[in-house]
Ligand binder design. Structure first.
Ligand code: SF4
Length: 124
């Protein structure tokens, strides 16, 4: 929300085409659940390059913020996030630990058991 009560889809998209309304004319709830905001949310997925759609970590990353999607994908498609390499490395690194915690949780054990598991992995 801006100083004058104008509300936008996102703080990184304060442009006329992303204006949802003004707090003096509409409630925040109306703007949040309006068609414009729904379209903004759908755009975040619909504009992903194929590299993201094929990525095993798309479910967690979602291509990150659209404002950062300005580099070419591996096959030359525009719209890849310039932070992709770092995100991919991060998700790849944490995946086994997250999987372990999920397994523990589903077995009704403490996900914090991951600490001991991580130490054992490190010391092998
Ligand atoms: S890690 Fe990279 S390829 Fe995977 S979803 Fe995120 S931005 Fe796309």
């Amino acid at each position: 929300m801006e100083f004058n009560g104008d509300v936008y889809s996102c703080d990184h998209f304060v442009f006329p085409e992303y204006k949802l309304g003004n707090i003096y004319q509409k409630t925040l709830v109306e703007m949040m659940y309006g068609k414009e905001q729904e379209a903004f949310g759908a755009m975040k997925h619909n504009s992903l390059p194929q590299q993201c759609l094929n990525c095993p970590y798309e479910f967690a990353c979602h291509g990150e913020c659209p404002k950062n999607r300005f580099v070419l994908s591996e096959d030359g498609e525009p719209g890849l996030n310039y932070l992709c390499k770092g995100y991919y490395q991060f998700f790849d690194h944490v995946a086994p630990y997250m999987d372990f915690m999920k397994k523990e949780y589903l077995a009704e054990r403490a996900p914090a058991n991951v600490m001991e598991w991580a130490r054992e992995r490190r010391d092998k």
